[in-house]
Design a protein around this ligand. Sequence first.
Ligand code: 5AD
Ligand code: SF4
Length: 463
Amino acid sequence: MGPKFVEKEIIEESYAAIERLRERLCGAHPYYFIETYGCQMNEHDSEKLAGMLEAIGYRRTDDRTKADFILFNTCCIREHAEKRTFGNVGFIKEIKAQNPALITAVCGCMMQQKEVAKRLAARFPFVDMIFGTNELHIFPQLLEKVMDGGRIFEIKDIEGEIAEGLPIKRSEGFSTFVNIMYGCNNFCSYCIVPYVRGRERSRRAEDIIDEVRCVVREGFTEVTLLGQNVNSYNDNGMRFPELLRRVNEVEGLKRLRFMTSHPKDLSHELVMAMAECDKVCEHIHLPVQSGSNRILKLMNRRYTREHYLELVRDLRENVKGVEITTDIIVGFPTETEEDLEDTLSLVLEVGFSAAYSFAYSVREGTKAAAMDGQIPEEVKKERLARLNAVIMSSVNGANDKYIGREGEILIEGRDLRGEPMMFGKLGSLKMVYVNGDESMIGKYYKVRITGTRFNSLVGEIIE
Ligand code: 5AD
Ligand code: SF4
């Protein structure tokens, strides 16, 4: 059975609500402020909410004290994210005291945990709207109810549907996101995502390709295809490697990226699609989580260290100049010194170009939360520090091999630290500094790498 799509009538009703709200504003352009926590998926959801707010007539501000509408799009992947949100929502009280007409909203993954959402609602009575990850497309209707004097607490438990056709206000630049699927079915034992984002559902390939064409027409040249586990994309039998090949054909697109890949589903076919598609960048984010087979099993990752190393070999053999980045968790329940050593040795063996490291954080409701052998916080902290030291040493070492190589960068801006220089990224995501000026922003340049700087590279333009 394919995924459920939100009925056209409901989307039409959302557009009608946008129109009604627009009329209600009588030509005024109040300010909105959005603070987003967490991953690219959340960033992109915020772009959809911003798209609807701008269609209503709101204007963006980065100054929350000036805002008439403040939204927090929350994350719950680790406890730290939750604590920060409660702290920051609390600060709004004073702004609301200055501006009683201010509308305050909290949405996103953290709200999808109903108990947490209820706690937030009780603690902060000034929050006008609380909604989950499945209510994005009815946001205009919810906002209308708040303007009528109501308080919204709307969190559905449904598996999740796909809503097509809503406006999106993309962040400025040359690189943007396109969702290809939502949700996750993997249930890694530490992870809350499957509980708050629902089951896997893939968008239709033609909707994805239309959207890529559309963003290219808007001036974006780099697209990142987003999904919690892009390798399990499936639109009526069309799998991810085929989708990648189709998107690669879009005229005007220069660079194509994707994330995130799960090692258990990364096929040789995908490696070959990466190798053969000229626009697909030579980078893959492939979270390994641990280098210990015993821990990987407890994490329910369904691959081994050996399998992971085999994937790395396949990628390096076929995708020229590929860089691999990863996520690693230390302090998972029952992790021993020996398990940690396995992780550290894997980091050295692979030579990641970047590795994001995390101390295991207990998430209520997940399998790992109920496991015996939870590791004390001090031990997790100490292990994280050791992991970071190994990551630092292996990443720094890996930069030297670039000296003398050539590549293409997309210039993003100017860095004012030290001697001001322009910077941009290679397809591999390596940052390169070059001499130049602002007129270069958004353009692609061929460079030769001449040295290293702040954990990045320095190059000279050759074309
Ligand atoms: N504790 C620590 N890190 C976590 N991640 C996911 N869940 C947890 C958790 N409970 C990390 C994983 C994942 C990244 C997005 O966040 O490494 O790949
Ligand atoms: Fe979480 Fe695992 Fe799904 Fe990634 S693949 S979102 S870590 S459950």
